[in-house]
Design a protein. Structure first.
Ligand SMILES: Cc1cc2nc3c(=O)[nH]c(=O)nc-3n(C[C@H](O)[C@H](O)[C@H](O)COP(=O)(O)OP(=O)(O)OC[C@H]3O[C@@H](n4cnc5c(N)ncnc54)[C@H](O)[C@@H]3O)c2cc1C
Length: 370
């Protein structure tokens, strides 16, 4: 089978399916390791599944995080214990860890960009930018938030404007607590801070174009808008950037997507992206890979289970598992970006930390049952 995109969803599905003795080809456009725009805080709900897959989790210094801090633009803040907790690990290390594991299980990799996926007579043809083509009976689309492929597949969400921008960089800051993930609000966006396995603090923020456009570039935006939040001001004044330039991604879309398009099972962000403030996109991508892999294994080993049923089951299970979380994420994002409402919400959370814990539980899953 072919997996288009070797991020967390694609690599996890590759490991899972190769362990079930299926031959897997991953077509990924970038060689490993590489940095990605991401908050790099992953919920511990994935731990039981990684144990089952034999992925050495917690190794290589990944940081255990058990506390969440939230602040409003003017510095009102509260903290709470995270019900499940999470791990701080850079995408540079994380994706590479899964890539090495996939290689161990015999997964084949091609490093090219996929430009077309066709489906005819029950066979997929996957075509790359160097005009190589591969065929398979199953294709997983795990190529992330947005790609030229979405246009090629005529997906509905791509026609809507996406007004979000993501920026990420690593910083040296010895005084940032290891067990903390902090979410700080500013005008038109919010940023997350947490430590990674190298000891560096990852600072990743999401900003609306509307608020970014006024400042025109990242240094001005950081100084005049991001650093308005006293916590971010304090962090940026006392930290040394490690990257030469921050990494950026544009046109981040939170529109609803379909989990199956043109018979391709979409996985991870390709099927739907939760608002980053929930800190759950990576766990969802990994969980979706498990759902897809189990159903694909059933399809490939049971002649009575047909493609139509596979697609219906995948779409239904995806919706049952994630739709509520995505909805909750949308509500929380509009609350956080509204000054008046976020001040009120934080005030309420300071008075009753259980409110915040409830919101966290509603945007996260339970430990993945294996
Ligand atoms: C600003 C921001 C902060 C975030 N912070 C967090 C956080 O703290 N915690 C959390 O859990 N989630 C967070 N997320 C969400 C998280 O990053 C994603 O949900 C997660 O990366 C999804 O994994 P994926 O495998 O679906 O996609 P990706 O990891 O994006 O992988 C897709 C892969 O496909 C490849 N690709 C793309 N197009 C093609 C093509 N045409 N051909 C071949 N290969 C292709 C790419 O190179 C990439 O490797 C954040 C997201 C944003 C935008």
């Amino acid at each position: 089978m072919i997996i288009v995109g070797g991020g967390l969803a694609g690599l996890t599905a590759a490991i899972h399916l190769s362990q079930e003795n299926h031959s897997v080809l991953v077509v990924e456009k970038k060689i490993y390791p590489h940095h990605k725009v991401c908050g790099e805080y992953i919920s511990n709900e994935i731990v039981p599944y990684f144990k089952k897959l034999g992925i050495p989790w917690g190794a290589k210094g990944a940081v255990q995080i058990d506390t969440l801090q939230i602040s409003t633009r003017n510095g009102k803040s509260t903290q709470t214990k995270l019900p499940l907790g999470g791990t701080g690990i850079s995408r540079f290390a994380f994706d590479n860890l899964l890539y090495q594991k996939a290689i161990e299980y015999g997964v084949v990799f091609k490093f090219n960009t996929v430009v077309k996926i066709e489906h005819q007579n029950n066979v997929f043809e996957v075509i790359t930018d160097i005009n190589e083509s591969y065929t398979s009976n199953i294709t997983i689309g795990a190529y992330g938030k947005r790609s030229a492929l979405d246009k090629e597949l005529n997906r509905d969400f791509i026609r809507h404007k996406s007004e979000w921008l993501g920026v990420k960089s690593h910083y040296e800051n010895d005084s940032f607590p290891e067990n903390l993930v902090a979410l700080h609000n500013f005008n038109g966006g919010y940023g997350g801070l947490s430590k990674t396995e190298t000891g560096a603090v990852n600072f990743c923020y999401l900003a609306s174009y509307k608020s970014f456009q006024k400042e025109k570039n990242i240094p001005n935006f950081t100084e005049n808008v991001v650093a308005e939040n006293p916590f971010l001001n304090e962090f940026l004044s006392n930290s040394k950037p490690i990257f030469k330039e921050p990494l950026t991604i544009a046109q981040i879309s939170f529109q609803q997507k379909k989990a199956v398009e043109n018979h391709i099972l979409m996985c991870g962000d390709t099927a739907g992206l939760i608002h980053p403030l929930c800190g759950n996109g990576m766990a969802m991508a990994i969980h979706a890979a498990k759902i897809a892999s189990e159903l694909i294994h059933r399809y490939l080993s049971n002649a009575a289970y047909n493609r139509r049923q596979l697609e219906i089951d995948y779409e239904n299970t995806w919706n049952d598992t994630f739709k509520q979380r995505l909805w909750m994420g949308r509500q929380m994002q509009s609350l956080l970006l509204n000054d008046k409402m976020s001040n009120l919400a934080i005030k309420a959370a300071i008075g009753s930390p259980s409110i915040l814990r409830k919101l966290i539980t509603n945007t996260h899953g339970k430990p993945i049952v294996c």
